[in-house]
Every structure is written in structure tokens, then in C-alpha cells.
Design a protein around this ligand. Structure first.
Ligand code: ADP
Length: 198
């Protein structure tokens, strides 16, 4: 049961001893993909933004998504009145090629309480997947939530992302999704996911 012995910050040791994406079956592998590049170019059903509490745009991937979607996205975001850390809300995508944007609010990484940060990051992935299913969206692309200015260690974040998605795919709602794509923008993120996903 390799995933049950996961310890935040130590996962590289686990991966090298236990191999990539443990417990994954071909069912998982067929439905999980990696894309290296700009998430705003993807014509999937939903892209997941790494937003902040106010949902009023920002830097990083959030800024890129707002720029590409146009000003109507900010107008709709204003009606949402923010979103708690570890959760997500959904909007239209306007000028983006995708159908919907899911805005997930990741944790600012807390070195003194990594377990708390992990709970919040898991919440982001789970809430986003639940929203996708609730809105009948079949393909969903995730940005690497919290790994930019929020400083979540990339390798740990990639592990949390893969593990939460795998868990969801094994749940009753899992078969309702056709494809989950992890988007890596920087080399460090690409390396982490390449290690985890066969
Ligand atoms: P956070 O505040 O949650 O850390 P950031 O936007 O700072 O959010 O970073 C989250 C991740 O998004 C980082 O890994 C960063 O490299 C990545 N990123 C930045 N721009 C883009 C983009 N256009 N497409 C996909 N990923 C991006």
C-alpha cells in the first residue's frame, strides 16, 4: 500500500523505492494525460485556474487565464464573492477555447504545517473534479495549483494531485470523466509529473 505511507516532503524517497503512480491501472493511465505548455490554449471542457481567495484575478496562471478570457470573466468572478482555500467555483470561459473555468484556491504552503497544506490542496483537486461532474464536463485540465507564488513544493504537489485524481477515478463518480490532464508550464513541474506518471 505505497500511498498509505506517504509523508509530505519525503515522497521522492517513496517514489524511487516504490515506482511511479503506484496502484495505477491501465484504466487510470488511459484517462490521465500530461500537457507541457500554456493551459489557456486547451480546448477541453474545463481548465482549472490556480486562483486566490478573492477570485478577482492575479498573476501567474490566473493572470494568463483572465487575459485570454477577456473582461467578462472578471465581471462574472465579481458575482461569486470569493472562495475559501481548498475549494473551487466555476464560471464561463468567454474568449477561451475551453467551455468552463474552474477557479480553485490553493493553500499558501505552510512549512510549519505541511499536513494542513496538503488537506487544502487535496480539497482543491477534489472540489474541481466534483464541479466538473456536476456540470457534466468530461475533460478537465489542471494547472499546478499552489506551486508558483504559493510555494508548495512541486514534487509534493504533483503527488497530491495524482493521488487525489486516482482516488476520484476509483469513486462512483470517476467513470463520468473521460480525461484528466495535468498541465506543466515550468520544467520543474514537468520533471515531477514525469517521475510520477508512467
Ligand atoms: P499559485 O499562486 O497557486 O502558486 P501561480 O499562478 O503562481 O499560482 O502558479 C501555479 C502554476 O501555474 C505554476 O506551476 C506556474 O508555472 C503555472 N503557470 C503559470 N502560467 C501558466 C500558464 N499560462 N499555463 C499553465 N500553467 C501556468
Amino acid at each position: 500500500m505505497p500511498y498509505s505511507i506517504y509523508v509530505p516532503n519525503r515522497y521522492i524517497l517513496n517514489v524511487s523505492t516504490l515506482g511511479p503512480f503506484q496502484n495505477a491501472t491501465s484504466l487510470h493511465n488511459d484517462r490521465i494525460g500530461l500537457f507541457h505548455g500554456d493551459i489557456t490554449t486547451l480546448s477541453v471542457d474545463a481548465i482549472v485556474n490556480a486562483a486566490n481567495l478573492l477570485l478577482l484575478g492575479g498573476g501567474g496562471v490566473d493572470g494568463a487565464i483572465h487575459r485570454a478570457a477577456g473582461p467578462k470573466l472578471l465581471r462574472e468572478c465579481r458575482t461569486l464573492h470569493g472562495c475559501p482555500t481548498g475549494s473551487a467555483k466555476i464560471t464561463n470561459a468567454y474568449d477561451l477555447p475551453c467551455k468552463k473555468v474552474i477557479h480553485a484556491v490553493g493553500p499558501i504552503y505552510n512549512v510549519n504545517d505541511p499536513a494542513d497544506s496538503e488537506i487544502a490542496l487535496r480539497g482543491c483537486y477534489r472540489s474541481s473534479l466534483e464541479l466538473a461532474v456536476r456540470h457534466n464536463l468530461k475533460t478537465i485540465a489542471f494547472s499546478a495549483i499552489s506551486t508558483g507564488v504559493y510555494r508548495y513544493p512541486t514534487a509534493d504537489a504533483a503527488h497530491v494531485a495524482c493521488d487525489t485524481v486516482r482516488e476520484f477515478m476509483d469513486s462512483n463518480d470517476g467513470p463520468k470523466l473521460d480525461k484528466v490532464i495535468f498541465v506543466t508550464f515550468e520544467e520543474k513541474d514537468a520533471r515531477s509529473y514525469n517521475l510520477l506518471l508512467p
